[in-house]
Design a protein around this ligand. Structure first.
Ligand SMILES: [Zn+2]
Length: 501
């Protein structure tokens, strides 16, 4: 931090001196970028972007996986996201170095080909080179901590000495071994319950596969009684998978749609295969010129072994960034426009179009499919309405609202509609009296059989008609029956016109 202050004062000194020599101004901003926030100052050349894109990046900058701390073993934060293989951007504003962001790196340099390839990169989806992913591109993990508290004041953590097989899961202190792979439905920890005077073994419940990163006992050293709180930190491996979110620093976010085999991806004359295939249709409407500049700057930086300054307002209409980096590329033997001849990875033929190709700093965002996927056929239901519960963790359903219903009707998908809204929802069998058309009329009587003891039969009669001649079974959503009863409580009768089919 000391160093950062020095830099700051130095900057101030220059600015004030400048004002003094010119003699025109009395007040002056410290720098042209002083009005930008910390996040905005990390965007490369935001002056070349359409302003909403810069605002999107300010949002996404907060959602990137990176290096939130260095003391991973001491942390007990509920959830921490870590990028395993970060790298420093080759095109970055001075602010990046002013705040020493390299010490808390949060992105990866990817070789990007701007090409519409395979069709799997439609609508902001992007293709990741499978070989790059396997070599560590955007690998990451989540650190989750959990506190275990023993209720009884004299209970303590200990492994049951009589249970022999427990030793493969936990140490003699009753807590799992550090570094152990944690799988569902196996013993996690053990403690002596003084209330019941027995050892209690707790199992792993509802966890995805992870590793035990650390175990910490919480309590005061001077107090002689055993510790009753333990903090278990798990490390969940989260390497990129199809459906995970990525973004460049120009608000160009996208979902990984495929991990494409490297041999099937296009390659350049030198044999370079892209890490990421970015669809060129993402450019015209978004107008993220800064990302185009970054592709060229990143490429020339890699070429000459430099890091280029991406602070805004450094270039002008006369002296453009594109020209500057274009000339640098030319000096390195590349095309002035940053394009390259590429060959199809499928048949090896030369492509007719020149492909824009370079290095972009990509961020991995913390929205991952494995946290969001949801599926349901049948499952837990609400007691009152008998309709599916909501919520991913409970195995609930995704809301199928009126708009979704209208959509299926318009497609003529009536069987699908019935499946979702009846069979997989609150389907029930109800009795209906077809003579009076009521659902509430039929009552079930249990008739004991005189000749067969402990044997009974049921008989439906309509209490409105006084007989059970026209009672039949129908399948209806339970909520309809519920609605009819509620209307009855308001003195409204519902009559259904029935037709034999
Ligand atoms: Zn009736």
């Amino acid at each position: 931090m000391e160093c950062s202050n020095k830099k700051f004062t130095l900057h101030l000194f220059y600015s004030t001196n400048y004002a003094f020599f010119v003699g025109v101004t009395t007040h002056m901003e410290l720098s042209k970028t002083a009005f930008l926030s910390n996040l905005a100052q990390l965007i490369p050349m935001p002056d070349c972007n359409q302003s909403p894109r810069n605002m999107y990046q300010c949002q996404m900058g907060k959602q990137t996986m990176g290096t939130p701390c260095h003391n991973w073993d001491l942390q007990s934060e509920t959830k921490l996201y870590r990028l395993q293989t970060p790298s420093t951007p080759l095109f970055r504003p001075v602010h990046h170095d002013n705040i020493f962001l390299d010490d808390f790196a949060m992105g990866t340099n990817a070789i990007v080909a701007v090409i519409s390839y395979t069709g799997y990169d439609m609508e902001d989806a992007m293709i990741i080179n499978k070989a790059s992913e396997e070599r560590g591109l955007a690998h990451g993990s989540i650190y989750k901590s959990e506190f275990i508290e023993l209720d009884h004041p004299t209970s303590y953590f200990a492994r049951d000495p009589d249970a022999k097989n427990l030793s493969q899961y936990m140490d003699s202190d009753g807590l799992p071994y550090v570094g152990r792979k944690i799988s569902n439905d196996e013993p996690l920890y053990c403690f002596y319950d003084c209330d019941k005077s027995t050892y209690v073994v707790k199992m792993v419940k509802g966890k995805e596969e992870c590793y035990l990163h650390s175990v910490k006992l919480c309590g005061r050293v001077e107090v002689k009684s055993p510790c009753k709180i333990a903090c278990l930190t798990y490390r969940v491996p989260r390497n990129p998978s199809v459906g995970d979110k990525f973004a460049s620093r120009a608000g160009q976010k996208g979902i990984c749609s495929q991990k494409w085999p490297a041999e099937d991806l296009p390659f350049t004359e030198t044999g370079l295969v892209p890490d990421i295939v970015f669809n060129p249709h993402g450019f015209p409407s978004r107008m993220t010129i800064a990302m185009m500049i970054e592709i060229m700057a990143g490429k020339s930086a890699a070429l000459h072994g430099l890091v280029h300054d991406a602070t805004p307002f450094r270039f002008t209409e006369e002296d453009t960034a594109i020209d500057y980096f274009g000339r640098l590329l030319e000096q390195g033997g590349y095309n002035y426009y940053g394009t390259e001849t590429m060959y199809s990875g499928i048949d090896g033929r030369e492509m007719t179009a020149q492909i824009f190709f370079g290095v972009v700093h990509y961020q991995r965002l913390r929205h991952m499919v494995s946290d969001k996927w949801q599926v349901r056929s049948t499952g837990p239901t609400d007691i009152l309405t008998r309709q599916p519960l909501k919520g991913r963790r409970r195995g609930g359903g995704v809301r199928f609202g009126e708009m979704e219903r209208d959509s299926l009707i318009s497609h003529g998908a009536s069987f699908l509609l019935q499946d979702r809204l009846l069979h997989c929802s609150d389907e029930t069998t109800a009795f209906i009296c077809t003579s009076c058309g009521t659902l509430l009329g039929p009552v079930t009587e249990i008739i004991e059989m005189a000749d067969k003891p402990h044997h009974s039969e049921t008989k439906e009669t309509c209490r409105l008609c006084g007989h059970g001649k026209n009672i039949s079974e129908i399948k209806i959503p339970y909520i309809f029956k519920f609605f009819v009863t509620q209307l009855a409580s308001c003195n409204i009768n519902v009559r259904l016109k029935c037709q034999e089919i």
